[in-house]
Design a protein around this ligand. Structure first.
Ligand code: NDP
Length: 282
């Protein structure tokens, strides 16, 4: 069976470097997809309150026969609940929907700097409560820019364990990754294959042909060799399998350099810019 490497977090805990993401998986299909991922060997699931499918993740966990301690579960606070009282209620609801008494990692999904009077610090201080009472084994952030992280460093006590941001060959997000590396904040790369958008790039297809691998495997392996944490999403059984087969080949330094050179800066972004994003669901 494939062994997925662990990445050490800044609080002494570890996280499997490869997981399974469930963004845009229909709530009705989530238990099946996550169940397949468990069968293949994935032991790290990335969900969010915003995805509406935490219950399906919990259902898959219960029917898998796996012990709670064998699976690393991440969820995220929805954008409408940044006020401390709301965050506390929302976190209780996340635990209830997942059917667990702790999550391995809980994230502020977006900094929303133009909402809540720009105050994501009191939200973070509420996360520190969840960390100290043990119901979130680790806490982190998502879509935080270096200036957001600097502010947390100045105004709070716990350093985020991770920052989950968009990273793929067309968006290197180098400054955010460098800030994390310098301050002990692990980078999680969301949309690691840019939702499929990088798979037809001639540089990637050339490397894939030479390696005898698929373009998705090459891109995912690039992330792994750079040390980022990834959790590609798929509802296609053969792809869920394919995306797990990353540990029996290596890219050369020249391959890594060629893929990294595909960076398009801000033009490569597929999702919203975190400094401007202000979406709050109804
Ligand atoms: P991904 O980069 O993981 O791509 C998923 C898409 O690629 C799906 O359309 C899937 O199709 C397709 N795909 C998957 N594997 C393959 C393959 N081997 N070959 C060809 N196509 C493939 O995108 P996501 O946006 O889902 O990102 C991954 C995870 O990151 C999310 O599920 C979520 O957990 C997290 N995330 C976090 C965000 C945040 O703000 N914190 C934002 C976005 C994502 P199909 O399913 O049809 O097989």
């Amino acid at each position: 069976m494939t062994t997925v490497p662990d990445i050490a977090l800044n609080n002494g805990r570890t996280i499997p470097q490869l997981g399974f993401g469930v963004f845009q998986i229909d709530p009705a299909d989530t238990a099946d997809a996550v169940g397949q991922a468990f069968e293949i060997g994935y032991r790290h699931i990335d969900t969010a309150e915003m995805y509406g499918n935490e219950k399906g993740v919990g259902e898959a966990l219960r029917s898998s026969g796996l012990d709670r301690g064998e699976v690393f579960l991440t969820s995220k606070l929805n954008n409408g609940f940044h006020a401390p009282e709301d965050a506390r209620r929302a976190f209780d609801q996340t635990l209830a929907d997942l059917g667990v008494d702790y999550v391995d990692l809980f994230l502020i999904h977006w900094p929303l700097p133009t909402r809540y009077d720009g105050d994501f610090v009191s939200t973070w201080k509420t996360f520190e409560e969840f960390y100290h009472d043990g119901r979130a084994r680790s806490i982190g952030v998502s879509n935080f820019q270096p200036h957001h992280l600097r502010r947390l460093a100045q105004e709070s006590d716990v350093v985020p364990a991770v920052n989950q941001v968009e990273v793929h060959p067309y968006l290197d997000n180098a400054e955010v990754r460098a800030y994390g590396a310098e301050h002990g904040i692990a980078t999680e790369a969301w949309s690691p294959i840019a939702q499929g958008g990088v798979l037809h790039d001639p540089v990637i297809t050339r490397i894939a042909t030479a390696a005898g691998r698929t373009p998705a495997q090459v891109v995912l392996r690039w992330h792994i060799q750079r040390g980022d944490i990834i959790f590609p999403k798929s509802t296609t059984p053969s792809r869920i399998q394919e995306n797990f087969e990353l540990f029996d080949f290596e890219l050369t330094d020249a391959d890594l350099t060629s893929i990294t050179a595909l960076d398009q800066g801000e033009d490569g972004r597929t999702g919203p810019n975190p400094d401007a994003f202000d979406y709050i669901p109804d």
